[in-house]
Design a protein around this ligand. Structure first.
Ligand SMILES: C[S@@+](CC[C@H](N)C(=O)[O-])C[C@H]1O[C@@H](n2cnc3c(N)ncnc32)[C@H](O)[C@@H]1O
Length: 199
């Protein structure tokens, strides 16, 4: 794919897991557990990184169903595949804006800690909505507030300097523009969650 963001995350893949604090992972688990994902679900995990959500999903789904773990960074995918194998999760090199997957098939599309990095967020939401079956849901979430995420990227600068979560009206517009119905838009000190269903 050869994008700058791919190179950025490729370089960080080997040390990625040791840099993620335990409380951040715990908050992701709390959010995941509150979504209502059931055994047998077909889940697309976009920006999966090294697969932090995979063991949580395997537990929630009691090993039944399937996770398509997608990322632009081959090195991130390689780390995830090393840890969790291919039985429950398939590892797919893909950009959120151009998914090489059949549309209309997923019960869930999850975007954890990735949305600010999408080059064209509106186009990505359209593509992700297209991946959902009717009645399927898109969840965009973070273990921090929108303000904290945006400040973190501003402070980091460089490749991720301008990468931000949009404000509530803009996120709502993007989701509704893609034909989704917004069910939850939460921005708390310890989490961000945008949840929308494809009617
Ligand atoms: C901040 S990391 C988070 C990874 C993982 N979700 C986690 O929390 O550990 C963002 C991930 O999104 C991936 N990514 C960035 N832009 C993407 C895009 N347009 N499509 C798919 N993945 C992307 C990066 O390669 C990276 O692995």
């Amino acid at each position: 794919m050869g994008s700058k963001i791919q190179a950025f995350f490729d370089e960080r893949a080997a040390g990625w897991d040791s840099g993620v604090p335990a409380d951040v992972i715990e908050r992701a688990r709390e959010i995941i557990e509150g979504l209502g994902i059931v055994p047998g679900s077909r889940v697309l995990d976009v920006g999966c990184g090294t697969g932090v959500l995979v063991p949580m999903l395997r537990e929630l789904m009691q090993g039944r169903g399937f996770v398509a773990a997608a990322d632009v960074s081959m090195n991130m995918l390689r780390e995830g595949r090393k840890k969790y194998g291919r039985a429950f999760a398939g590892w797919v090199e893909a950009d959120a804006g151009r998914l090489p997957l059949r549309g209309g098939t997923f019960d869930w599309v999850l975007c954890y800690s990735v949305f600010p990095h999408f080059e064209d967020q509106g186009a990505a939401v359209l593509e992700l909505a297209g991946a959902l079956r009717r009645g399927g849901r898109l969840a965009i979430f973070h273990s921090k507030s929108r303000e904290d995420i945006n400040a973190f990227h501003r402070a980091a600068g460089g490749e991720v300097g301008g990468h931000e979560l949009p404000d509530e009206p803009e996120m709502r517009n993007m989701l509704e523009g893609a034909g989704l119905e917004v069910e939850r838009l939460e921005n708390r000190s310890d989490r961000y969650l945008a949840l929308a269903i494809k009617p």
